[in-house]
Design a protein around this ligand. Structure first.
Ligand code: SAH
Length: 369
């Protein structure tokens, strides 16, 4: 028998299109979403407002498949980390961070990462492919099932787990559409954030398709320094990146801001002159700043700055008028903090290298279907 079509991961437009292809009315797609996401019913037989014929057809041809949970870890501070199986042997990580009434979910979009930022352990694992939309949105369904036991649900999603979301554009777009759709998870667009190391064509393309929130991993105020930390900066330098950011934030409108992420590494990018240079670089961008004290991992070669240096850095930015938060480290007893997510990535450098070699041609040519 042919494999069934997994309806998790199809956003409303895709479900409606599928139904129209089948000669059914488009609104049946919305009905099904409500059953699955609002009622938690994935048994087509129980979807009583659908014609019997449709229910039978769906039973035969479609399914709702969540990715498989390989393991789950609970931190002393309430953080939860899931290892999720992707494909044959790969594992990616999803982290839930409960904090003062918020439940923020950090979601992975790729198995490993090709960008190889010098201070991120995910990049060191190599790369073994993209998650599909069901595997991305499935991470939210898994976290919600856990939270349902406490009568809670995920309130915020950040695409800050493993991978570079804008290099898996179509799947990330469909997954975030589902997260923000009132017929599905219904999160506000302010509460779903894609984080990118600076894939400029992806940023430019976002505004043709979505108004999701955006975070930029900047980490340095000069091209010279940034290129050593975030190699994709050689292809899309800071000025080009910030031009794309300004365009996107203009498109989002005056009530919205971008988030600038800046991981602080001792003696590398944490000096006062870096802070002052950052103020200049960000002057014409509507943004707030998240400072992330470096989270160590074996062999990284970097260290976290002293607290006093972190506060001094923050003070420079705040005095210049930027809302500046210091991200507290959560879940480090279960290796769930930013940059500690490694999962288990099968292939290593070969596939990563092949992918990098192709990046040059592929990034400008990215297409959304
Ligand atoms: N590829 C995307 C999303 C994944 S990384 C991006 O680059 O934005 C999510 C955030 O964690 C990024 O800002 C990244 O730079 C930061 N990060 C990575 N490794 C880290 C580490 N060891 N300590 C602190 N932050 C880290």
């Amino acid at each position: 028998m042919a494999t069934k079509r997994n309806l998790y991961g199809l956003d409303r437009g895709q479900l409606e299109a599928l139904f129209q292809e089948l000669g059914l009315q488009a609104f049946r797609g919305r009905q099904i979403m409500k059953w699955a996401y609002h009622q938690g019913t994935i048994d087509f037989a129980a979807m009583t407002d659908l014609p019997l014929k449709t229910r039978l057809w769906l039973q035969e041809h479609c399914s709702w498949e969540l990715p498989h949970v390989h393991d789950r870890y609970l931190s002393k501070d309430g953080t939860v980390k899931w290892l999720i199986r992707i494909g044959q042997g790969d594992l990616v990580e999803t982290v839930l961070i409960p904090d003062k009434g918020r439940n923020t979910l950090c979601v992975s979009s790729q198995v490993g990462c090709v960008l190889d930022c010098s201070f991120c352990s995910t990049g060191k694992q190599g790369f073994n492919g993209n998650l599909n939309a069901a595997e991305i949105v499935g991470q939210m369904a898994i976290a919600n099932a856990y939270l349902a036991g406490k009568s809670e649900s995920v309130t915020n999603v950040v695409l800050m787990g493993m991978g570079e979301p804008l290099l898996n554009f179509d799947a990330v777009l469909a997954a975030t559409n589902i997260m923000m759709d009132d017929h599905a998870f219904g999160l506000s667009k302010r509460r779903v954030t894609i984080s990118t190391a600076g894939v400029v064509p992806g940023i430019e393309k976002l505004q043709q398709h979505t108004d999701v929130s955006l975070a930029i991993s900047l980490h340095a105020p000069t091209d010279e320094l940034r290129s050593t930390l975030v190699p994709i900066n050689k292809k899309y330098p800071i000025a080009t990146l910030l031009d794309a950011c300004r365009d996107y934030v203009e498109y989002l409108g005056p009530a919205r801001k971008l988030v600038i992420e800046y991981t602080l590494m001792r003696g590398v990018n944490d000096q006062l002159h870096h802070a002052k240079a950052l103020v200049k670089v960000l002057q014409k961008l509507r943004c707030k700043i998240n400072l992330i004290p470096f989270n160590p991992f074996p062999g990284s070669g970097y260290e976290r700055p002293e607290d006093s240096d972190i506060y001094a850095f923050q003070t420079v930015l705040m005095r210049a008028g930027f809302v500046t938060m210091i991200r507290t480290t959560r879940g480090d007893d279960i290796d769930a903090a930013c940059g500690q997510l490694v999962g288990m990535v099968d292939d290593r450098t070969k596939r990563q290298q092949r992918y990098r070699d192709r990046l040059d041609q592929e990034i400008p040519a990215m297409q959304v279907h």
